[in-house]
Write a protein that binds this ligand. Structure first.
Ligand code: PBG
Ligand code: ZN
Length: 323
């Protein structure tokens, strides 16, 4: 009985033969920030390697995505103009709507996932409409705007609609609106278990979407609640979600694991901005080996049960997988 556990690890061929999980380029989604205007490529300071692109320079990034074999991008918009009702979000000539048409024309094979939320477009930075008298987020009043945003993005050519606002009932509302507008084939990737996390702060710089007052705790989940996450996911499935998401990823691997055990829809996880920034900062300081840390993190998400990984590391990971 000597070496009972170790004999399956004697060399790489043996380790590879018995390896349970692996990361595939086909599972990765790369987030892209699109800013209104022309000739812009702005670095995001807190996220080394990540830029905001205007549509006329988007090909610099998308050519790399196509070459890498990454199947899809997740789009976020940064409009010039913001207002109380986030009107830029559902304008048919909005920055993301224009970007989607451009991408579908120039890169027809690329899957285009459009994030649906108002926070990048509202003057107050919240994900829904605000009751001016008390500052509360108006859940039900927000739903028609999210639906209008979703339909406008589907019209522009988006393949997948990804609502990240966390209003109750939005998946069903959006599904109905898409179906009524003739977009029965457009899938919904629901940000189902989205926690009120400090890991989003670099994103809020990147997307200019920090709330002007208060926080998002009345609509995003309490990080203490894993069981409630299952209720959120079940509700989204009931309402017609095609894929369910857990976000962030690394501090919530238990939630990914539980979701993948309980539900038979593809589980997506979003390896968010703060998770990326921590790795990039430690790597820049020479404290860690970036490639090994990133690949270990990716493997952990797969082992927990994530089918699809949205990550700012996607281009690097794709490169490393081809080495
Ligand atoms: C907008 C949205 C956020 C993220 C994705 N969509 C930020 C937030 O909810 O404040 C976070 C992504 C990241 O941190 O990488 N609703
Ligand atoms: Zn939002």
């Amino acid at each position: 009985m000597k070496n009972r556990l170790r004999r399956l690890r004697v060399n790489e061929a043996m380790r590879s033969l018995v390896r349970e999980n692996s990361v595939r380029i086909e599972d990765l989604i790369y987030p892209v920030f699109i800013i209104e205007g022309t000739n812009i490529k702005n670095p995001v300071n807190s996220m080394p390697g990540i830029y905001q692109y205007s549509i006329d320079r988007l090909s610099e990034e998308l050519d790399r995505v196509m070459e890498s074999g990454i199947p899809g991008v997740l789009l976020f918009g940064i409009p010039e103009h913001k207002d109380e009702r986030g009107s830029g979000a559902y304008n048919e000539k909005g920055v993301v709507q224009e970007a989607v048409s451009y991408i579908k024309k120039e890169y027809p094979q690329l899957l285009v996932i459009a994030d649906v939320c108002l926070c990048e477009y509202t003057s107050h930075g919240h994900c829904g409409l605000i009751d001016a008298s008390c500052g509360k987020v108006l859940n039900d009043e927000t739903l028609p705007l999210l639906a209008q945003m979703s339909v406008s993005l589907a019209k522009a050519g988006a393949d997948i609609i990804a609502p990240s606002d966390m209003m109750d009932g939005r998946v069903g509302y959006i599904r109905n609106a898409l179906d009524e507008a003739g977009f029965q084939d457009i899938a919904i990737m629901a940000y189902s278990a989205k926690f009120a996390s400090a890991y989003y702060s670099p994103f809020r710089d990147a997307a200019h979407s920090a709330p002007g007052f208060g926080d998002r705790k009345t609509y995003q989940m309490d990080p203490a609640n894993g069981r409630e996450a299952m209720r959120e996911i079940a509700a989204d499935i009931e309402e017609g979600a095609d894929m369910i998401m857990v976000k962030p990823a690394l501090a919530y691997l238990d939630v990914i694991k539980e979701a993948s055990g309980r539900f038979d829809l593809p589980v997506v996880t979003y390896n968010v901005s703060g998770e990326y920034s921590l790795v990039k900062a430690a790597a820049a300081a020479g404290y860690i080996d970036e490639k090994r840390i990133v690949m270990e993190n990716m493997t952990a998400m797969k082992r927990a049960g994530a089918k699809i990984i949205i990550t700012y590391h996607a281009l690097d990971v794709a490169g490393w997988l081809k080495e």
